[in-house]
Design a protein. Structure first.
Length: 440
């Protein structure tokens, strides 16, 4: 049986320098979640080719099957049938401190992660320092990276580290584990202790409580440069709609085809690359009128939604940004298929200046923005039926994709692109394409 590795779009790791953390006795460990792996051992895997599963779901317009297992460093762990012999082990020495680099490379799920009886000290996120957070669990979205210090200071024994999903509409409800094993002579328990503080699948409070603690380091060496004034503002609704099918014959809601959207625009991947079309001034590939506000205003998070708000328009629209302009985006989650959405921007990190539940209020909510030490990240979780505000300076000329990092939402159209115009100099302008461009 074969299976394919299902990863999100490429993750570029820019890791903070370690000099701030007296890394003299720091050992480094890399912890990577993968949604499926190279081998299919038991019944609880994606059977067959994961791309085929996704293509079939896309063709039929419905949800793809949830995965059958998560893995830590390629292994599902003890809680799956037949996986025990391959469980990943992390060997530690008592008294040492370790740097865990946790990457959520799961395709469709945000993940909780914890280690039995050990606190985690989160010191970095998406390649930037944060003020250290002592916590007994983390929540990490697909594509996000976290740098975490672990001190091996408990009784030498075996301890589970475990990860499970923060639930979406359809989710894999299994739990992946690895084992932290202290080196030395002691009698190991027959079963390692399990992290009692690993939140349950639907624990929204656990997500909010963890996320709200994240602050940039904001030191002299690592200053915060969040724009205090805004040139371009966008207010973007994030929705999970559907488009009717002939004879209601598709697998989505009411026989329709699932179609996610940003400001009611469900992104259609163009035949020609947007970057090339922009560079070569090819017309008819995209339009530049991505809406800066939702086309219709209603109570976005109400249980009682107006009729006809769940059918988006299919289009390939971009938003043009002036070089070096400051941009604010408020993502507004809606009750059109309410879910948490990890929104991810290419080309720039951004500052996460505020979040809340319900509808964003453009008079009162900005008063609560954190413009002192907001974390600098590249993926932000938009709370279920809530909002998240980000700011960045558009100083990287080019074409930059922005999308939900849940792969299935992105594949249904929860995407758009920015075109950041060139600056005045060669250094602030996009480069020529390479002389030879791969034809595929
Ligand atoms: Cu999403």
């Amino acid at each position: 049986m074969s299976s394919r590795c299902a990863q999100s779009d490429p993750i570029y790791l820019t890791l903070p320098k370690e000099k701030n953390h007296n890394a003299t006795d720091l050992e480094k460990l890399h912890i990577i979640f993968l949604q499926s792996s190279t081998f299919v051992v038991a019944a609880s895997w994606f059977k067959g080719d994961v791309m085929e599963i996704i293509q079939t779901a896309l063709a039929n317009g419905g949800e793809p099957n949830a995965s059958d297992a998560f893995t830590i460093n390629g292994q599902p762990g003890d809680l799956y049938n037949c996986s025990k012999p391959g469980t990943f082990n992390v060997l530690v020495n008592y008294g040492k401190r370790y740097l865990l680099r946790v990457i959520n490379s799961v395709m469709n799920e945000e993940m909780f992660f914890a280690i039995a009886q050990h606190n985690l000290t989160v010191v970095g996120m998406d390649g930037a320092y944060i003020k250290p957070i002592e916590t007994d669990y983390i929540m990490i979205t697909p594509g996000q990276t976290m740098d975490i210090l672990l001190t091996a200071n408990k009784s030498p024994s075996h301890y589970y580290m475990a990860g499970r999903a923060y639930a979406g509409a359809v989710y894999d409800n299994t739990t992946t584990t690895a084992i932290v094993k202290y080196i030395g002579n002691y009698t190991a328990p027959s079963t390692p202790s399990f992290p009692g503080n690993l939140p349950n699948f639907t624990d929204i409070d656990a997500v909010t409580n963890f996320t709200n603690r994240i602050r940039a380091l904001a030191s002299k060496d690592y200053p915060v440069e969040v724009p205090q004034k805004v040139d371009t503002r966008l207010y973007i609704t994030v929705s999970m709609g559907s488009i009717p099918c002939v004879n209601d014959s598709c697998d989505g809601p009411n026989g329709g085809r699932l179609a996610t959207s940003l400001n009611n625009m469900s992104f259609v991947e163009p035949a020609e690359d947007i970057l090339l079309a922009y560079y070569r001034k090819i017309r008819g590939i995209y339009t530049t009128n991505f809406p800066s506000v939702p086309p219709d205003f209603f109570n976005f998070t109400s249980d009682d939604l107006p009729d006809n708000v769940s059918t988006p328009l299919k289009a390939t629209k971009v938003k043009i940004l002036e070089f070096n302009s400051s941009v604010e985006i408020v993502f507004q989650g809606t009750n059109i298929g309410a879910e948490n959405h990890p929104m991810h921007l290419h080309g720039n990190s951004f500052y996460h200046v505020g979040s809340g539940f319900g509808n964003f209020d453009n008079e009162t909510d900005p008063k609560g923005y954190n413009l002192i030490d907001p974390p600098e990240i590249n993926t932000v979780g938009v709370p279920t039926n809530g909002w998240a505000a980000i700011r960045f300076r558009a100083d990287n000329p080019g074409v930059w994709f922005m999308h939900c990092h849940l792969e299935r939402h992105a594949s249904w159209g929860m995407d758009m692109a920015f075109i950041v115009k060139n600056g005045a100099t060669k250094l602030t302008s996009i480069r020529h394409p390479p002389r030879y461009l791969n034809p595929c």
